[in-house]
Design a binder for this molecule. Structure first.
Ligand SMILES: [Fe+2]
Ligand SMILES: [Fe+2]
Length: 268
């Protein structure tokens, strides 16, 4: 069994400090094996915002796998945006933009999908797809394989036209070939999950995609601040959304999937 905390879209600079403290306490209470941060650490990629993000990460006694989001690239500072887009991310968060985590149960391959030119939209490069395939396929099939991006693979149920991560179809080919089962992302500040086949109608393989809300920022979109606690037990995934109720993080929706044959079945 592995327990992941999937947090996203912290947006330091537009954070609620009370929720930052509460998130730290909540994570310490839950003791995840790994904390996955799926991007947007800062609001405007400013040094002061990165310093706050760094302090938060330093306060967590856990293994952290993180990638940047579009907000971690400067928007208005065009010189920095074009020539040094993730220089501050590398200085304050991590040099590694495509980090990998592996133990004897799970493998997590995270990919930076933030880009300077299409600032809001993200994509996976051809090189990253080949990196993903090489890394994931190098681990045995009994490992539970997870891919992390900032930009989503599937849209929210009520907004199917929303822009998804670029080259998602090619990335899913590698994901299928290497038998990854779980995709984690953020960016939309909304919690939901589903089988990729619900959106990519021609795809044959069952893969579960999970979106996290914004953990601590005031930029909520009609949903409270939240993060996901994801329990992985062989052929079962339990996604427990922990929502902020104004004074603490509490269990909200629990969504479970069980693999039956080749199919991830949503348990009612
Ligand atoms: Fe965001
Ligand atoms: Fe974003």
């Amino acid at each position: 069994m592995r327990l992941l905390a999937h947090i996203s879209d912290l947006h330091f600079g537009r954070e609620n400090q009370k929720i930052v403290y509460a998130l730290r306490e909540d994570l310490i209470g839950r003791a995840p094996d790994v904390v996955v941060v799926s991007g947007d650490f800062t609001q405007r990629a400013r040094v002061s915002q990165y310093l706050k993000a760094r302090r938060f990460l330093d306060s967590l006694p856990f293994r952290i796998i993180a990638i940047p989001g579009n907000h971690d690239i400067p928007l208005f500072d065009l010189f920095r945006r074009i020539f040094f887009p993730l220089q501050r991310y590398k200085k304050y968060i991590s040099q590694d933009l495509n980090p990998l985590y592996a133990d004897d149960e799970i493998v997590i391959c995270a990919l930076n999908t933030a880009r300077s030119f299409a600032w809001k939209e993200g994509r996976i490069s051809v090189e990253q797809i080949s990196y993903l395939g090489n890394k994931l396929c190098s681990y045995p099939e009994d490992r539970f394989k997870i891919v992390v991006t900032h930009h989503p693979f599937i849209p929210p149920p009520d907004n199917p036209a929303i822009k998804l991560v670029g080259r998602s179809g090619l990335a899913l080919d590698a994901i299928d070939q290497c038998k990854a089962d779980l995709l984690l992302a953020g960016h939309l500040h909304l919690d939901y999950s589903g089988d990729v086949r619900g959106f990519y109608l021609k795809r044959k393989r069952s893969v579960i995609s999970v979106q996290a809300g914004t953990a601590v920022s005031v930029r909520t979109r009609n949903e409270p601040n939240a993060y996901n606690l994801i329990k992985i037990i062989q052929n079962r995934i339990d996604i427990q959304v922990r929502i902020w109720n104004g004074s603490a993080f509490l269990d909200e929706l629990l969504t479970s999937y069980e693999k039956r044959g080749d199919e991830w079945v949503h348990l009612a």
